[in-house]
Design a protein around this ligand. Structure first.
Ligand code: SME
Length: 137
């Protein structure tokens, strides 16, 4: 018998796959709304551990996406005022919200050590990934 893979196992595998497949994806993780609280909680990820396991709505790039329901592409993190640094090597970030039944329940967050690496193709691709993830949640 093959042991049943949990949702977290699957999400972690997706993070590892994305990180290894795309050279400029250096940290890939999911954040989810933490119950009824107005905050995000770190889910499965691939890359260096981060101190930012809880992010209040509105704070940082992730917290802003929790409120705006919009993709947020940051070509240069040093130009952002409302930004939470996870690592000094990070140059750019993309966050794409994850919708289940039209509700923003979390997001995929990707950090890059390459300046300005993200294009509209990354947005479309990560929207597709999130739509697939929404089907297994
Ligand atoms: N940089 C994010 C915080 C999460 S770390 O990138 C993993 C932000 O500003 O919300």
């Amino acid at each position: 018998d093959t042991p049943q893979k949990t949702i977290d196992d699957r999400l972690k595998a997706i993070c590892e796959l994305l990180k290894s497949a795309v050279p400029y994806y250096d940290w890939v993780g999911f954040y989810f709304k933490n119950g009824d609280k107005e905050e995000l909680k770190l889910g499965p990820y691939a890359g260096e551990p981060t101190d930012h396991t809880i992010i209040p709505f509105g704070k940082g790039i992730c917290g802003q996406v929790a409120v705006s329901n919009q993709n947020f592409v940051v070509p240069d993190v040093s130009a952002q005022d409302n930004y939470i640094a996870c690592s000094i090597t990070v140059k750019a970030e993309i966050v794409v919200p994850l919708f289940v039944d039209g509700k923003n329940i979390g997001q995929i967050d990707i950090d890059s050590n390459t300046p300005d690496p993200f294009s509209v193709e990354d947005e479309r691709f990560l929207e597709f990934v999130n739509a697939k993830v929404a089907e297994i949640l």
